[in-house]
Design a protein around this ligand. Structure first.
Ligand code: HEM
Ligand code: HEM
Length: 361
């Protein structure tokens, strides 16, 4: 792993965001100094996110499929068609999350509410915090929003648009709370989930999102119904929970937010592979996958330090899925003794000896 390169990418990303904040807020003219804490945390978290992403891209599997995805996408003669496939996959798998729908409607609803609640909140809060968007009172009843210092359309203070604009975060907070409620309910009742889940990985993200949403709603309640009672303290709590989540983002479960969209490249690779030269299974002689796909898999497995070479010199991954299953079955069926398992021709005792020899070396 090249930590130095990843660090440089991270620092570069933080520097670029800082410049964008300076430029977008018109040299801090539209920047609210009360939001300085949020800004510093966002700049650091963004750098950390890019650092982690750069590290992740160096992993053999990620690097291979990432590069291949771009290579296939940028092919000049198929560019328009590829853009169509990528846009369709993006709409179905990333925006609508249809692949989660296959696991059940409640799971889909849970994720849809959390994801869109968080995305819309981020689209509102980050530009406000960075001074890219600000509002000014105009006349007696109107507000005008400014984007990067440029005026947008005037909003009547009592219009539905203004109400939705100023309460958008309350709506997204409710979306996130309902989504997290469904997720926690499932995690407390689904036996499959109970068997596998871990507190840090599967509960902490929801608890953080709940803390942010509840403290946000308390801000609204404080200003609407309690004359701003404890507003400053609640604002600090909101800030603390947001900052903790921003710092957790690159190193915890929520990293999948930026990691998952890379599957677009793999999906394109899969869809394009029937047109490529096909690999033939050495056992049953059927064509089962693109040769380039099998070669990539072999390269990744080798880089990871695994070796699945069979006694006849071929590799396990050169075979089609059906033959792999049959070979595994035959291998189990030929076990001479249940106490002495053999996998792909290697006895457990032999492999133990091998490990011991390697350890001694
Ligand atoms: C702002 C964006 C997002 C947020 C806040 C978010 C948040 C979450 C959370 C909290 C969970 C855990 C749910 C549980 O308890 O099981 C989860 C699961 C998951 N997320 Fe995301 N996510 C986001 C974006 C994405 C994207 C873009 C993808 C992929 C395209 C994705 C794919 C998944 C999948 C596959 C699961 C497992 C769902 C299941 O158990 O069926 N997420 N996400
Ligand atoms: C799940 C994500 C989030 C939700 C659901 C959420 C929710 C809320 C809500 C409901 C409010 C009160 C709005 C009002 O008074 O009308 C609020 C205020 C605020 N939020 Fe968030 N928020 C989220 C994330 C963030 C993030 C990521 C930031 C910063 C980067 C942020 C910064 C703020 C700020 C600066 C305020 C105004 C508080 C003040 O007066 O000091 N929020 N939020």
């Amino acid at each position: 792993m090249n930590y130095r390169l990843s660090t440089l990418f991270g620092l570069g990303a933080s520097a670029i965001l800082t410049v964008l904040i300076l430029v977008g807020s018109r040299n801090l003219q539209n920047f609210d100094s009360a939001l300085f804490g949020y800004t510093v945390a966002s700049v650091i978290a963004f750098g950390a996110l890019i650092f982690r992403y750069a590290l992740w891209l160096q992993r053999p599997a990620t690097r291979t499929y990432w590069k291949r995805g771009w290579q296939i996408y940028l092919k000049r003669e198929k560019f328009v068609q590829n853009t169509g496939i990528a846009a369709k996959t993006f709409a179905g798998n990333i925006l609508a999350q249809s692949f989660i729908l296959k696991r059940g409607f409640k799971r889909w609803l849970m994720h849809f509410l959390i994801m869109w609640g968080c995305i819309i909140s981020a689209m509102i809060t980050f530009p406000l915090v960075f001074g890219w968007v600000h509002f000014e009172l105009e006349g007696d009843i109107g507000y005008r929003a400014y984007l990067f210092g440029f005026p947008l359309q005037l909003m009547q203070g009592r219009s539905i648009t203004a109400w939705l604009t100023f309460h958008a975060l309350d709506i997204t907070a409710i979306m996130v709370l309902v989504g997290c409620g469904i997720a926690i309910h499932r995690r407390l009742h689904d036996r499959g989930a109970i068997a596998l889940q871990q507190f840090l990985l599967d509960f902490v993200p929801h608890l953080m999102l709940i803390a942010i949403s509840v403290s946000g709603l308390m801000l609204t309640a404080s200003s609407l119904w309690f004359d701003g009672y404890m507003y400053h303290f609640i604002a600090l709590t909101h800030q603390a929970t947001v900052i903790m989540t921003l710092f957790y983002l690159p190193f915890g479960k929520l990293f999948h937010i930026v990691q998952r969209p890379a599957s677009l490249g793999v999906e394109l690779y899969r869809k394009r592979s029937p047109e490529m030269q096909q690999a033939e299974c050495p056992r049953c002689r059927t064509e089962f996958s693109a040769q380039i796909w099998v070669d990539d898999l072999n390269k990744v497995i080798e880089k990871l330090g695994f070796d699945y070479t069979l006694p006849d010199g071929t590799k396990l991954q050169d075979h089609c899925p059906q033959c792999k299953r049959i070979m595994r079955g035959i291998s189990y069926a030929n076990l001479p003794d249940v106490n002495e398992p053999v996998f792909l021709g290697v006895r457990a005792e032999e492999s133990k000896e091998e490990v011991q020899t390697k350890d001694n070396v």
